[in-house]
Write a protein that binds this ligand. Sequence first.
Ligand SMILES: C[S@@+](CC[C@H](N)C(=O)[O-])C[C@H]1O[C@@H](n2cnc3c(N)ncnc32)[C@H](O)[C@@H]1O
Length: 502
Amino acid sequence: METTRHRYRYALVTQRENVKAVKSALQEKGVFGRSVQPLVVGGDVRGGDGGVVTTPKTTNDEGDRFLLHTTVLIRSPAPDEESDEPSTVLADLPPDLKDIPNVLYALAIPVDSTSVPGNGSKPSSLLTPSEPASPVYAALSRYLHSHPPTSAGGISTSVEELLSTAPKRYSYYPPLLLLPTGTFASEEWKAYIKHNPEILESLSKAVQGVTHVAVNAPIHVSSIVRSPDRLWKLYPPEWALSKHSGVQDDGKIDFDEALWVQTTQSSIPQTWPPEHVMFSRGNITEKARILNLPKRDVAGKEVADLYAGIGYFVFSYVKAGAKRVWAWEVNPWSVESLKRGCALNGWACRVVGMGEKWMDVAEEIDGKGKEDEVKVVVFHESNEKAVTRVREIEELRDKKEGLLKMAHVNLGYLPSSRMSWGSAVELVDKLGGVVHVHENVAEAGIEDKAEEVVMEMTRIWAELDDETRDCKVKCEKIVKVKTFAPGVWHVVYDVRFGELEG
Ligand SMILES: C[S@@+](CC[C@H](N)C(=O)[O-])C[C@H]1O[C@@H](n2cnc3c(N)ncnc32)[C@H](O)[C@@H]1O
């Protein structure tokens, strides 16, 4: 049987005002695909030869977006459809496209097709009408056909049955091949793998550069530090058998012992240990929005991120020109990820350990010359200490630089960031600053939640001993980032403080 297999090209998504600049950059590099088209959210984009891709259903009301086709082919891996924003790609953009500014994200557009011997499986919901190339599926199929299952372990199955639930989608975070949640969950697959463990090695060879293979699992909501405890490690065997690489028997951490993976989004490399911290690819549009905030709102300003994680938003602010980002993070693995991520991006970063006094590090951080300015200060402690820290910093700086007013305070914690609204109000610049409040909200309650946030922040502000408290608080933007569960949205409320009009 033959299956049609597409090749893909990159198409870049940008806002209306940046179309000209992105087009010129593509033309300069000689990779402009001679076509610009408006992007319809959740709509179809046609490539050549009947290939169609559906754009993400992210309704972030950022105004018009446009798609600029390029001539750059996506080589390996095949477009990744594993997660919640399946048709977006930005990871490891090739050199030709990497440094073009103002690109929100990229799409994989099918451009032509080749007929290859294949499995005849039904088309994916995203890439119709033809089956996308899936090296993962192909590797499993090849192995199964050359090693058909026997009725070992009391479980009988067939090549066809196993293939009917074999994964086609995957994420590649070098050097890890990450399969979608639920992969190999059936008793049949488990028995087959137990008796044919070599299939995992074949699978690892499906995508060039892979050294480790795992199956993804959702983060437990009760995990405050967002630890992916249920990641199912499959290959290599010694890794699969290890409990948590990088954690010694006495509980001490050896960061270098762990597996570290990488990806690049919006030209910002990030790194993290997948056994210890989460990575959410689905936030890509929100990160891109922060990256593209108006210059006057970010350039040269101080920013606080009270839930810094591995730096998703921290890096966007630095890249957008912030003077410095002050980050709080409790998970030591995330703190290390932030530090390593800063190094990858060439930004000086200083971690302030738990209990370390500001007066002991102030000179080192604030005393630097312009060229080695510390761009990111990470406090490895709970954000409950953030206000006290900032007051300490201000006290020492007083005469030199005055108060530390945050132009942005990021509260990226779900299902609710309610517990840090008070700190955010204290930290934000009351003359024009914005608090970005992340919440999971039922569709019908999105507007009401905006009112609640504004009322509560106004109340908190009124209680502060602060001469600016007669100014106003306003929710100036509601961004629906992605659906968290049916009917429930991850929403960001931009709450601005200041002498607002109206
Ligand atoms: C969902 S992650 C967010 C990371 C990143 N901002 C993002 O949007 O993906 C939340 C992070 O907050 C950290 N965290 C939770 N409670 C905290 C607290 N009280 N103080 C500082 N960090 C905290 C967790 O360890 C985790 O890394």
